[in-house]
Design a binder for this molecule. Structure first.
Ligand code: GLC
Ligand code: GLC
Length: 820
């Protein structure tokens, strides 16, 4: 069953009814100011950091679901003459949940439009964040479809968060006495803590002069009431309350008279602003907020023409980004994900890492080292300058040992001490992201950039040096089988082999009570082989042959170790525990086979020559494959295993305990492409593709336009139910799997490789790829059943599968690839 449809032309997903299985959300903003918005206008906004600079309040995991948002109420001021219609309602359905005659939500790229009609009054609200601004617009258009004049009141409402979302939710004894606002010319300014150490404030304004306002929550809602029936809306009377302490809100009322057939647009602006520390007050010495700096911005966005222009700019920005790669294949699900939604999700993961979604509270997680480096793999081609800056920030959170903080804080860029480091796969991901960046851009200069360790001035070394230390870090930490020590965890955060935790509430990720010298990871070995190959190639290109050789030797040693201790007979083992016993082996009762090492080892090229790669992938197909994707491991752990950690803390079929953890499904897709099995790669791709799964939205439940982190595995009661949508490494990896491996358009240091491994039923595809400033028009056609590529570039045959870099000044290249 579906709840909407894709509008491919407009790059929108259209939700046709408000009561989707879960709130289906979108993101506003892609630079500094962000908002989450659901299909019924729920959500919140923040500036840069979802915890420390949260503008509006949102209560996660509350009932009714998804209350708190960007609300508009419409009130019929002559309700008596329409006795059969409700006296007031929300044109976004929430929070009143009064049934609408018509409803539609269009989630687009950086904007959301919600339409609703009731009692002959049609409304459309377009929410977006203009590029380059730290504010959001809600542009409301009302249309009177009645035969009589309508006298309406429009109310807009937000609840302010007192900036630090964690503190806001917990430190009530203080918070209930610190709220402060100012209202000036009917613009509401939220300035809690501005008197002391903050120089930022929020504002909420309307294009019309508001006829009334409220800033005290209780005055607006009325005692013991919620957002579904504010007293002020019910009665039509605002109190013009000024909040001091308690709960500051921003609520504005505008009275409107709309003739029959008349249309009217009203806009609201919610924004964030910082004043220079010495210009906080006006007049100086007073406690009055200096509004002179922000007024021009507010005034600009109260004008319709400006809003329209900003909206068109946003649309143009996104179509420009999407133009970097556009494909036309026989499968519309591939096309819409690659051309629009997967790209869009990759941007969201790049921007927010794992911080703020409807499953991530915006409080706990900063920019993840491992996560962001992987997100970059799908993002580099979109805005390479931002990828470059991110790489340098990440590298600056590396420690002199080559280790890395697991996360850094977006506002300060400092490593997060609470979580610390010790996830032994972390540093290696940096090698992958840097290699991807250089392949995409040809910007070798990044490797010379001086970057500090732990953000400590005076410790700068070139980025190249950072990568060398990342490699060294792994080599210096090897265990009894010469495999890398796992540390707190590797990619699988929940395989905690040095944490024997029996105390409730202990963090599995940071509790370490073993010496860490025994538990090893085959996964890290595979990842190391990928990183070492990239490093060796980069070193060679830079003329550092000694480094290159050292990498190759280290890789050979590692390969030997995997050969001796990492192979289980029909698949790659996962790890060795603190007792030196294998995990992911036929010797185990549960957790006999894991997806991660099969994917990563074959991606690294292991077993390609001797058949082990095929055998490992066949084992995956045999033991881990379900109609909803590939499971993390089997059999699931049925009980808590002290020596394995968090993985066994989840009920079977959930999360790291044998769900379809979508993130590493694409590794197997890539591995299948590496061994030349296009049908399988594509089959796996489709199993988790959200657009394909749109048909089963009542089971899948999450948004059909973005990937979710996990889909409940076959051991779970609701096999196929997705959770944790949006902020997942699945986005970048699926993008890489489909575009670079199945479609085979893969940047290399020397040019764009065209090496598709297509499903046998496809006759070919077309693509336009912008690469290093040149437009590649690519036509792929199948001549025979195989994967051998015959390349023709601008009419001339070319040996191999890499299109040589065109001469300087060339703008366009025409590539034909014949497969057979
Ligand atoms: C989460 C984490 C990621 C980790 C994965 C598997 O998605 O963000 O870092 O690799 O879980 O545990
Ligand atoms: C939880 C999640 C896991 C995540 C980890 C680290 O264990 O299940 O996916 O990686 O937390 O935050």
């Amino acid at each position: 069953m579906r709840y909407g449809h894709f509008d491919d032309e407009r790059h929108e997903y259209v939700i046709e009814r408000p009561d989707t299985p879960l709130p289906w959300i979108n993101y506003l903003g892609c630079e500094d100011y962000f908002g989450l918005i659901s299909n019924t206008a729920g959500g919140y906004s923040f500036y840069k950091d979802a915890r420390l600079r949260r503008l509006t309040r949102y209560r996660y995991n509350n009932v009714p679901a998804d209350t708190g948002g960007r609300y508009i109420y419409l009130r019929d001021d002559e309700a008596a003459s329409h006795p059969t219609d409700p006296p007031f309602w929300s044109p976004t359905w929430q929070p009143t949940r009064i049934p609408l005659d018509e409803y539609e939500c269009r989630h687009g790229l950086g904007y959301t439009i919600i339409r609703g009609k009731l009692a002959g009054i049609a409304s459309e609200i377009c929410y977006f964040v203009p590029l380059g601004e730290s504010l959001e617009i809600w542009q409301l258009t009302l249309h009177n479809d009645r035969r009589q004049t309508a006298n309406l009141s429009v109310y807009s409402a937000v609840e302010f968060c007192l900036w630090d979302a964690w503190d806001d939710a917990t430190n009530l004894q203080r918070n209930l006495s610190i709220g402060e606002v100012e209202v000036d010319e009917r613009i509401i300014y939220h300035k809690t803590e501005y008197r002391e150490r903050r120089n930022h404030f929020a504002y909420f304004a309307c294009s019309e002069t508001a006829t009334g306002f409220d800033t005290q929550r209780e005055a607006f809602l009325g005692p013991y009431r919620g957002w579904e029936a504010p007293k002020a809306v019910e009665s039509g009377q605002m109190s013009n309350s000024i909040s001091v302490g308690w709960q500051p809100v921003g609520a504005l009322q505008v009275k409107l008279r709309l003739g029959p057939g008349e249309r009217k647009t009203i806009s609201f602006v919610l924004g964030y602003h910082e004043n220079p520390p010495n210009e906080k007050f006006d007049p100086p010495g007073s406690q009055t907020l200096n509004k002179r700096t922000v007024r021009p911005i507010i005034d600009r966005y109260r004008r319709d023409g400006e809003i329209e222009a900003a909206f068109q700019k946003l649309r143009a920005y996104w179509s420009g980004l999407l133009d970097t790669l556009q494909v036309r294949t026989p499968d519309p699900h591939v096309d819409r994900m690659v051309n629009v939604w997967n790209t869009y999700q990759v941007m969201a993961t790049f921007n927010l890492s794992r911080s703020a979604s409807y499953f991530e509270s915006g409080i706990g997680r900063g920019i993840g080292f491992r996560d962001s480096n992987q997100d970059l793999l799908g993002f580099v081609h979109l805005v390479p300058e931002r990828a470059r800056a991110r790489i340098l920030d990440l590298a600056a959170s590396q420690l002199p040992s080559g280790a890395a903080y697991h996360q850094y804080q977006p506002l300060t860029k400092r490593g997060n001490h609470d979580v610390g480091s010790g996830f032994n796969d972390d540093p290696l991901w940096l090698v992958l992201s840097v290699a991807a960046y250089v392949k995409e851009t040809g910007d070798w200069g990044i490797l010379d950039e001086p970057v500090a360790y732990d953000n400590t001035p005076g410790t700068e070394e070139s980025l190249y040096g950072h990568l060398q230390r990342a490699i060294r870090f792994t080599l210096d930490r090897r265990g009894p089988h010469r495999l890398p020590l796992i540390g707190r965890a590797d990619w699988n955060d929940c395989l905690n082999l040095n944490c024997f935790s029996d105390m409730p509430g202990q963090s599995f990720q940071t509790t370490t009570n073993k010496d860490g010298l025994t538990a090893e990871s085959v996964f890290i070995a595979g990842l190391f082989l990928i990183a070492a190959a990239e490093m060796a190639e980069m070193a060679r290109k830079l003329g550092r042959d000694g480094d290159a050789q050292a990498c190759v030797r280290a890789a050979e040693e590692m390969e030997t170790a995997v050969g001796e201790a990492g192979w289980d007979g029909a698949w790659f083992r996962r790890a060795y525990d603190d007792f030196g016993r294998p995990i992911g082996s036929k010797e185990c009762d549960e957790g006999q086979i894991f997806i991660e090492p099969q994917g990563v080892c074959v991606m690294a090229g292991l077993g390609l020559k001797d058949g082990r790669a095929l055998q490992a992938l066949d084992s995956v197909a045999e033991r881990l494959l379900t109609p909803h994707g590939i499971l993390l491991h089997q059999p699931a752990y049925q009980s808590y295993q002290l020596h394995l950690g968090e993985i066994s803390s989840y009920p079977p079929g959930f999360k790291e305990n044998a769900s379809v953890f979508c993130h590493n499904n694409p590794w197997v897709m890539i591995a299948e492409a590496r061994v030349g099995r296009g049908d399988r790669a594509y089959d796996y791709y489709r199993r988790i593709n959200p657009s394909v799964r749109e048909e089963i939205s009542d089971l899948h439940r999450c948004e059909p336009y973005v990937y979710a982190q996990m889909i409940a595995g076959r051991d779970a009661p609701a096999h196929g139910e997705a959770k944790n949508s949006w902020l997942t490494g699945t986005a970048a990896w699926c993008y890489v799997a489909i575009t670079q491996w199945i479609l085979g358009l893969r940047p290399t240091f020397d040019g764009l490789r065209v090496e598709p491994v297509l499903p046998s039923t496809w006759s070919g595809f077309d693509a336009v790829r912008e690469f290093r400033g040149v437009r590649y028009d690519i036509h792929v056609e199948r001549r025979g059943p195989g994967n051998t590529v015959g390349l023709e570039v601008d009419g001339k045959p070319v040996a191999g599968t890499v299109v040589p870099l065109p001469e300087a000044g060339a703008r366009q290249v025409r590539v034909i690839a014949r497969l057979g």
